[in-house]
Ligand binder design. Structure first.
Ligand code: EPU
Length: 335
């Protein structure tokens, strides 16, 4: 048995049968071809192990960033094991704009397409050009961004292609005509700044995230535990009549995204603790491990949150993170 505590940002003390580190395309191909049950993780920052995993855990470690350019775009290739934040920082330090709103998102470049990571008005798919993968037979395939069916915290990697492909590297396309994205309200004050640069936005995002989100080095967590639910216009109107201070983000097709963190907060759940698991005091969408949490504390707390929010708002919020049982991925309901 191998211990996974240092490989999951919840810092849970769980085991698996074997850990393998993947450093090259050849390692990925061999990993895909092993017949044992297996899962691949990057930074372990979006995952909840609910018990020991009866299989092999692969950890991406191939690192590297290549940048090419033509007249209009920068073409960036990053190996799957490269830390996402290091990629953003590298680009910003070269004066290349476009990815700065995604600063400080934990995890690796290879994990970014799976959830279609996003923050402050920008999502991975806004930048993605292609995703290189290895299929079950060990063939290398280059998938175009348009093949991946990216959506809010989802993609074909989480649904249709689950367990079929593993990501070895990603390609981004960043326009040389940089346009700052400042529509998200905490960034509005930057609109006044003359000669705004990607670096200034990068620094501001880091400040915002550090204020709201706990650093897993000191307090185990996996970022937002739940997704923000998207509701119909009718449901939105009903809620807004009842809660006229309710924040919301308008979506395409007459839908509305409601911050789950706000709903959890309105249920007075901030700080609520079960065993070693707690609803984070500064951002209710995050569950933290106060140090001694066991997986069932987190599961119990997540279920308590889901139930309480559903009773108050008649909306069932869904986990954003991926949950694993002894034999593979499971849902919160199954636990
Ligand atoms: N709010 C509260 N109380 C809380 C938390 C939030 O009232 O405890 C309110 C805030 O005041 C704000 C609204 O809810 O009006 C939204 O909150 P916030 O700006 O913190 O963003 P979020 O919707 O909770 C999402 C992403 C984050 C991302 C931020 C910033 C999801 C699931 N989460 O959170 O992503 O950093 O927006 O863009 O979409 C992650 O995925 O792990 C993550 C951290």
């Amino acid at each position: 048995m191998k211990n996974l505590k240092q490989f999951n940002t919840f810092n849970l003390d769980v085991n698996c049968q074997e850990i393998v580190f993947l450093n090259s395309d050849e390692d990925y191909i061999n990993f895909q071809k092993t017949s044992s049950p297996k899962i691949l993780i990057g930074g372990g920052s979006d995952i909840l192990f609910t018990c020991d995993y009866h299989g092999i855990v692969g950890i991406t470690q191939n690192k590297g960033i290549e940048i090419a350019e033509d007249d209009s775009v920068y073409k960036v290739k990053a190996e799957a094991g490269t830390k996402w934040h290091e990629l953003v920082e590298n680009l910003v330090n070269r004066g290349i704009g476009g990815a700065e709103n995604l600063a400080l998102i934990p995890g690796t470049c290879g994990a970014a397409p799976i959830q279609n990571i996003g923050a402050y008005g920008l999502e991975f798919d806004n930048l993605c050009d292609y995703v290189n993968v290895v299929d079950k037979n060990g063939n290398k395939i280059k998938l175009k961004a348009s093949d991946c069916n990216f959506g809010y915290r989802t993609s074909n990697f989480k649904t249709l292609w689950i367990d079929n492909y593993i990501i070895t590297s990603i390609g981004l396309k960043l326009s040389k005509k940089w346009v700052p994205l400042l529509d998200y309200s905490p960034l509005n004050n930057l609109k006044k700044i003359p000669n705004l640069t990607p670096k200034l936005i990068f620094d501001e995002i880091i400040k915002l995230r550090m204020n709201k989100l706990p650093d897993p080095k000191y307090l185990g967590n996996a970022g937002s535990f739940f997704k923000n639910p998207v509701v119909s216009y009718e449901q939105f109107c009903k809620l807004r009549t009842q809660y006229n201070d309710m924040p919301y983000y308008e979506q395409p097709h007459n839908q509305f995204k409601i911050p789950a963190g706000w709903m959890i907060d309105r249920c007075n759940l901030k700080g609520v603790t079960i065993g070693g698991a707690q609803v984070y005091e500064h951002q209710a969408l995050v569950i933290v491990n106060k140090g001694n949490a066991i997986p069932s504390d987190i599961i119990k707390l997540a279920k308590h949150i889901t139930k309480t929010v559903e009773q108050k708002f008649n909306i069932r919020i869904e986990p954003e993170i991926r949950i694993y049982g002894s034999n593979g991925e499971v849902t919160l309901e199954q636990l």
